[in-house]
Design a protein around this ligand. Structure first.
Ligand code: AHM
Ligand code: MG
Length: 335
């Protein structure tokens, strides 16, 4: 694949490998891009208008909603409802899933789960933020109203997943289960263009990313792993480098390109950590596995977990395969 080609041409070329493809998923991905471009432009205006800061409302998880959280949530909802390929959406910002009406009588077969603007508290200080999304086939019969079961599927059933990073440039990274590709938004033509074809994560990296302020709350195995990362061992290129932005998509994206591990462990007062299985864990786990890496809750593959609740949290360890394996060994040995 030629770098610089538009994401539309990329999708058409890929579709040629699947003669029975209907184009429905491509249309869905296009609607995600449309919303992302509007949100990217709005983020670039942060500080100029009255768009930054909190709304004064807390979301279902008791976290302060930012104005841009709501803007992004509404944009994705509008775009996905209008495209006609999605029968329902669940969002980190909404209490419950929403069902979409058929468009032009078409019965849609996909559901989308989304974190519209992850790390949004970082916008006020000029730090990168991101969108995460997962796409599944509905499990309830087509033509009937969507049900919660359509959204509570294990991550291994994802048809596609991806993220958008609003950073020094805006990038779309996604996978439909045939590897991972990254596209950079060219603002002069308003189009995502292939910039990182066929991304693979190094099996062993030298970056670890964790909020070390929580160190004393971490499980013993995680503490041991952090000591391992910091120990001097020239044969193994240790100590590793510590990098933590506090914005999941940005931390993950860097580690995927350079090799590394991201950790959000359970804490003494947060038995399942902070990150959400459906909106944050599953899409990144799908991407990292497609890139040759691993994602676990310390003991099990993230993609094998059976969700019970829309907003459930999970400890989350993701990145280079050897690093995630080493952490898993220490968790088993010390807990
Ligand atoms: P959010 O979904 O409310 O934006 O929170 C998720 C963010 C992630 O982007 C990031 O990895 C994490 O929270 C950082 O948490 P902490 O500040 O506890 O380190
Ligand atoms: Mg989030």
């Amino acid at each position: 694949m030629q770098t610089g080609m538009s994401v539309y041409d990329f999708i058409i070329e890929k579709q040629a490998d699947f003669p029975h493809a209907t184009g429905d998923l491509s249309a869905l991905l296009t609607s995600i891009q449309h919303a992302a471009k509007v949100i990217s432009w709005q983020i670039n205006q942060a500080g100029l208008g009255n768009i930054i800061g909190a709304t004064g409302i807390d979301n279902i998880q008791g976290e302060a909603q930012q104005k841009l959280d709501l803007f992004a949530n509404d944009k994705f909802k509008q775009s996905l409802a209008a495209c006609g390929e999605v029968c329902g959406m669940a969002s980190e910002e909404d209490d419950d899933y929403v069902a979409f009406e058929p468009v032009n009588g078409k019965t849609a077969k996909y559901v989308v789960l989304i974190d519209p603007l992850d790390g949004s508290s970082n916008i006020d200080v000029g730090v990168s933020v991101g969108t995460l999304f997962s796409i599944y086939h509905r499990v309830s019969p087509i033509g009937t109203p969507v049900t919660k079961a359509d959204f509570l599927q294990p991550g291994r059933h994802q048809v596609a997943a991806g993220y958008i990073i609003y950073g020094s440039s805006t990038m779309l990274v996604y996978s439909t289960g045939q590897g991972v590709n990254g596209f950079t938004l060219d603002p002069s033509i308003g189009c995502f263009c292939l910039s990182y074809p066929n991304i693979s994560i190094p099996q062993q990296g030298h970056i670890y990313s964790v909020n070390e302020g929580n160190y004393f709350k971490f499980p013993a195995g995680v503490k041991q792993y952090l000591k391992f990362c910091q120990a001097i061992d020239e044969t193994d290129n240790r100590p590793y480098t510590s990098r933590y932005i506090g914005s999941l998509v940005a931390d993950f994206h860097r580690n995927m390109l350079k090799g590394g591990i991201f950790l959000y462990p359970s804490g003494t007062n947060a038995p399942n950590g902070k990150l959400r299985l459906l909106y944050e864990g599953n899409p990144l786990a799908f991407i990292v596995e497609q890139a040759g890496g691993k994602a676990t809750n310390g003991y099990q593959r993230i993609l094998d977990l059976s969700p019970m609740e829309l907003h459930q949290r999970t400890p989350f360890y993701i990145g280079s395969a050897h690093m995630v394996d080493k952490l898993g060994q220490l968790l088993v040995a010390f807990d």
